[in-house]
Design a protein around this ligand. Structure first.
Ligand code: KDG
Length: 311
């Protein structure tokens, strides 16, 4: 029995400590927003599963090994003998600025289709997590995303969409045209403030987008504010949670950690304040250490930041 099912593209991220153009060593890491969320939830003791297509070579083997090592169920991952692994090069340009170069067009992950998801969805899940990255990858993945959201919602799962806009993959208009209708099958929308109008009308302000999402059946809208914490909107109103004060060294993956924390709180039956506290706690762990997911806490480590009162 799976608590959280997520699907999308697992990437090989090659990290460099300085500018890529200057050369130097690259270190391979597993990346991908959906994998980050699966790992965050799994580390807290929930049963998380990832579905996707990975290349049938050493790099695909690397990705699966990393996920298995984090106790993420990969039983329904398809190995694709014809396509290669999606790559992401991540350079640290300054102490607090990283830049990303993708080589993922035509990758194994971008060939995901409805049939690859059927068995995992049929097995059932309490939560289906999806991101706005996945439907940007290809027509077949977009169809698979729409099908999965619809199917899981009908089966009674909590469906969570994290907008995660990636300008390198599609335009804001293209994203809005896909993500706005997708929200009809979603219970929880997660977005940063500048992503909100991708699930609404172009240029619409926060209150307008939130009101229309709540009208359309979304139960919770979470607006991520980085170092300023987050706002959560429900039909009962708006609640703000401050971020925990930590020294930020790497913000990549912080949004995924936030979402993982929120969904873990949901799986534990916490109230909204408790879910938000779990979300900002995981966000704080993510920014306080290097790597997308490496520094996320196990359950017995959650209390390490308890003495940090929200700033
Ligand atoms: O979310 C943090 C990174 O892992 C993520 O951005 C990589 O999935 C990724 C993407 O497509 O950009």
């Amino acid at each position: 029995d799976i608590d959280l099912l997520t699907f999308g593209e697992a990437l090989v991220s090659l990290r460099s400590a300085g500018p890529l153009a200057a050369g130097g060593p690259l270190t391979p890491h597993l990346a991908g927003a959906e994998c980050n969320v699966a790992i965050g939830v799994s580390r807290l003791g929930h049963r998380a599963a990832f579905v996707g297509r990975v290349s049938d070579d050493e790099l695909g083997g690397f990705l699966l090994r990393q996920l298995r090592a984090e106790c993420v169920d990969v039983a329904h991952v398809t190995r694709d003998p014809e396509r290669s692994a999606g790559l992401m090069f991540l350079e640290r340009r300054t102490a607090d600025l990283t830049r990303v170069v993708y080589q993922r067009a035509g990758s194994a992950g971008s060939a995901l289709r409805v049939d690859d998801l059927r068995a995992a969805l049929a097995a059932g899940t309490r939560v289906l997590h999806l991101t706005g990255i996945t439907p940007a990858l290809s027509d077949t993945v977009r169809e698979a995303t729409e099908w999965a959201a619809r199917t899981a919602a009908r089966a009674g799962a909590l469906v969570c969409l994290d907008v995660n806009y990636r300008a390198g993959l599609w335009s804001r208009d293209a994203a809005r045209a896909v993500l706005t209708p997708l929200a009809d099958h979603v219970s929880v929308v997660v977005a940063s403030a500048d992503e909100l109008d991708l699930v609404g009308v172009p240029g619409a302000d926060e209150q307008t987008v939130v009101a229309s999402l709540l009208d359309r059946g979304v139960s919770t809208v979470l607006v991520k504010l980085g170092g300023d914490g987050a706002r959560a909107y429900t039909r009962d109103g708006c609640r703000h949670a401050a971020a925990l004060p930590v020294t930020a060294v790497d913000t990549v993956g912080a949004g995924d950690a936030f979402t993982a924390g929120y969904l873990s709180g949901h799986l534990d039956g916490l109230d909204l304040a408790g879910r938000l506290r779990r979300a900002v706690t995981l966000g704080a762990f993510a920014v306080a250490g290097h790597g997308d997911w490496e520094c996320l806490p196990r359950r017995d480590e959650l209390s390490l930041l308890d003495s940090r009162q929200p700033g």
